[in-house]
Write a protein that binds this ligand. Structure first.
Ligand code: 26Q
Length: 751
């Protein structure tokens, strides 16, 4: 990379009479010209990350940072009278819903950063995740027209397009390549669907749900579309060089299936090999097992994909045939292993007329991983218990990670500079250096850290003022719960806890209460009624508290609109406390918890997902763990009766009653009553309070009050925060990607 030349080119850009969009395009294009010169050729062996979601966020600042010109570019354009921060207006590339999509982005970033040849394959949606605003406290969704800013960071590869055939139409898959910059420049290849109006629908919208049980034709088309485009490309390129010596294929390719959303890739692979290249079915399966690997991200039954076999057969007859043949093949293998009939049924590829995509993934994959210790244990002992008995060597854990480049270096330049001063710059590539030296733990160091946190809090407050027009209480404890809205994540429980605190404050029961701001950010899937009702409820609670003179300056609740990657960058840097309060056993890992930890927030959380590993590494005394464990919930589940609890605990009843006693209005939608019914009567197939909100509420309130008490001793609280930041190395996605490279992709030798 010729940095000097790039800087020279940047200096030559004139800002005269140009708007944000124009300058964005121009600066990006100058960078792209330089990148194109260095864009890495594929390695001998490559790993491929297949995902329907890549939640990249804003590319601009990250790319300039990776090119090593961000600070200089800021000065260059400041001199010309243009504040580069104005480009913060630019929309994020939000081609993902939440955790799973952002994880894919972090892994691409880390792989490039540490020199692992990992290429991403996905869909170039015309519209990403909807933009959210609140109207009277209700969520309103607007189309995310991210391309209105142009797409200067992609290159269309016209000559590499391919035809993808469905029974009822043929679709052209046109690749767009985005450079992923680091030690290597890898590629994120996103396919756009072109052809008839029907064909183009395939890449029009991202499915805006982070779980669903609906068998949707369009979703199947999307999944097959990009999976097939990817596999066809890899197989055809391979054949050009090696002919049909497919047993060599795994020597050059490792494919990672980001949940079951890309499992059609394996089916297409089997179809191609057996039908177009006449490989025997058994051999094809053998090769697939050395090529494909599967990461499971959720155990929620409603998120486990099962596609109606007839439906699949209607648009993809050959794929349906292949899956049926796989079922026959699998049965034979199981019989030979002496599997019980009930076990065979459990592992079946096809069950009651539906394809169980997770079972397909388990059968055809060489390696299967969960995303945190507890989650891997649960998939091995529950979800895939039978398969784990017959194929124990397939399963392993790889706890998730996040990239410190975006989630520390980019979003917290101040903390990064402080680390540079004390540790030298080496920590940027090896976060372990932060915890090796005890030196950075003197009182003076804690004070310096606290000073940085104060600055980040002010910046966050300023950002919220600009975006929401709300002034946060300065110097309050900033407590954040930012993540997708889902019942199992229990934002409703936080609303109840906040109400409890509010009532106690008003009653004078909390005389030494330190001023506190609760910050929420969350989008609800458009069809998820109860999630939307929770948003309305939280906004109603906020409205009541924020206008009450009795708690002014003491307690504030702010629900920000359109929480996205760019918003997250401000919130993770400027928060004191991270809320990670999912029902034990439900959050596979969580990654927001890691981002907040890395920036020195303490966690108030349950023993769930990666929280357990966070508390283990940062120290239990530096975090606030509360609530029922998986074991405890297992024990009480059958006899659990939330109505009994509220009968004995008037303070709990008082807050849950506000859903139905007119304290707050849901605008006549019935949404609040529905939430109440879900808690005390049950909803859909769930028993009352399926997520144990009522059960854990009391200990949650106590944990929040403990934080509040501890915060009074500013020095010792800052020290807890710093201990979290310094021990976050394990949660770097550099570590996670290295583990995949070594244990899964066979990329342990330098390529
Ligand atoms: C499936 C079928 C049809 C339509 C949509 C879907 C669908 C879409 C998205 C199912 C699931 C998802 C997303 C799941 C997800 O984000 N899981 C999260 O993954 C993170 C990364 O591993 C974990 O940290 C989180 O704990 C987990 O919830």
């Amino acid at each position: 990379m010729n940095r000097e030349k790039l800087l020279d080119q940047l200096k030559r850009i004139s800002t005269e009479g140009k708007g944000t969009k124009e300058l964005y395009g121009e600066i990006s294009r100058v960078c792209m010209d330089e990148i194109k010169r260095d864009w890495s050729k594929k390695s001998v062996k490559n790993a491929y990350y297949l995902s329907v979601e890549f939640l990249m966020g804003r590319m601009f600042f990250n790319n300039l940072m990776e090119l090593g010109v961000l600070n200089e570019a800021r000065s260059i354009f400041a001199e010309k009278g243009f504040d580069l921060n104005r480009l913060e207006e630019i929309e994020d590339a939000a081609l993902g819903n939440g955790g799973l999509g952002r994880l894919a982005a972090c892994y691409l970033d880390s792989a490039a950063g540490i020199g692992v040849p990992l290429q991403g394959y996905g869909i170039r949606y015309r519209y990403g995740l909807f933009r959210q605003r609140f109207e009277n406290g209700f969520q309103r969704e607007e189309a995310d027209d991210w391309l209105k800013w142009g797409d200067p960071w992609s290159v269309r590869r016209e000559s590499e397009k391919r035809e993808i055939r469905f029974a009822d139409m043929t679709v052209t898959a046109v690749p767009y390549d985005m450079p992923i910059i680091g030690k290597r420049i890898n590629t994120l290849r996103l396919f756009q669907a072109e052809g008839s109006a029907e064909a183009e629908k395939i890449s029009e919208y991202l499915y805006p749900a982070d779980d669903t049980d609906e068998g949707k034709l369009l979703r199947i088309r999307q999944e097959y579309f990009f999976s097939a485009a990817c596999v066809r490309e890899l197989v055809e390129e391979f054949v050009k060089v090696y002919g049909s010596r497919f047993f060599k294929f795994p020597e050059y390719h490792a494919l990672q299936l980001n949940d079951t959303h890309a499992v059609f890739a394996a089916a297409e692979f089997l179809r191609l090999l057996t039908q177009e290249y006449k490989v025997a079915f058994g051999d094809a399966v053998k090769i697939a097992r050395k090529t494909f690997n599967y990461t499971n991200h959720t155990i929620l039954p409603e998120a486990l994909e099962c596609w109606d076999a007839e439906l699949v057969a209607r648009i993809l007859p050959e794929i349906a045939m292949i899956l049926k043949r796989l079922q026959v093949f699998a049965s034979r293998e199981w019989k030979a292993k002496g599997c019980l009939v009930s076990d065979q049924l459990d592992m079946s590829v096809m069950k009651s007329g539906r394809f169980a995509m997770a079972n397909v993934a388990v059968f055809v994959s060489g390696r299967i991983n969960g995303v945190a210790e507890i989650h891997t244990r649960i998939i091995k002992e529950k979800l895939f218990a039978v398969a784990a008995r017959y194929y124990p060597d397939k399963f392993l854990n790889i706890t998730n990670g996040i990239t410190q480049r975006r989630w520390l270096m980019l979003c917290n330049e101040e903390l990064s500079a402080l680390y540079d001063k004390n540790f030298g710059r080496g920590w940027r590539e090896d976060l372990d250096l932060l915890s090796l030296r005890d030196a950075f733990q003197r009182d003076a160091d804690v004070a310096e850290f606290a000073a940085v946190k104060r600055i980040k809090k002010q910046q966050l407050a300023e950002y919220v003022r600009k975006r929401e027009g709300i002034a946060l209480i300065p110097d309050a404890i900033y407590i954040a719960q930012v993540k997708r809205l889902h019942e199992y994540k229990r934002q409703l429980m936080t609303a109840f806890a906040v109400l409890r605190i509010y009532y106690d404050l008003k009653a004078g029961k909390l005389p030494d209460f330190s001023p506190t701001v609760f910050l929420f950010g969350a989008k609800a899937a458009s069809g998820y009624r109860r999630a939307k009702a929770i948003i309305k409820y939280l906004n109603a609670v906020a409205e009541t508290i924020n206008v009450d003179e009795a708690v002014r300056g003491k307690l504030q609740v702010v629900f920000v609109q359109n929480y996205d990657v760019s918003y997250a960058e401000k919130i993770v840097a400027g928060s004191d406390v991270s809320l990670q309060v999912s029902t034990a056993g439900f959050e596979a890992s969580g990654t927001g918890n890691m981002k907040l930890m890395m920036n020195g927030a303490v966690t108030v959380g349950t023993m769930d997902g990666a929280n357990i590993e966070i508390a283990e590494r940062a120290g239990l005394n530096n975090n606030y763990i509360f609530g029922a464990t998986v074991t405890e919930l297992g024990r009480i589940r059958n006899d659990y009766n939330p109505s009994e609890i509220v009968q004995n605990k008037p303070a709990v009843k008082r807050v849950t009653d506000t859903l139905v006693n007119g304290t707050f209005s849901d605008g006549g939608t019935g949404g609040f009553a529905e939430l109440h019914a879900a808690l005390f009567e049950g909803a859909s197939w769930h028993k009352p309070d399926h997520y144990f909100v009522v059960y854990d509420l009391e200990s949650y309130v106590q944990a929040l009050l403990a934080v509040n008490r501890d915060y009074r001793n500013a020095e010792s609280f800052s020290r807890k925060q710093l201990m979290n930041a310094l021990h976050s190395a394990f949660f770097s996605s550099d570590r996670a990607v290295k583990t995949y490279a070594n244990l899964v992709w066979g990329l342990d030798r330098p390529q």
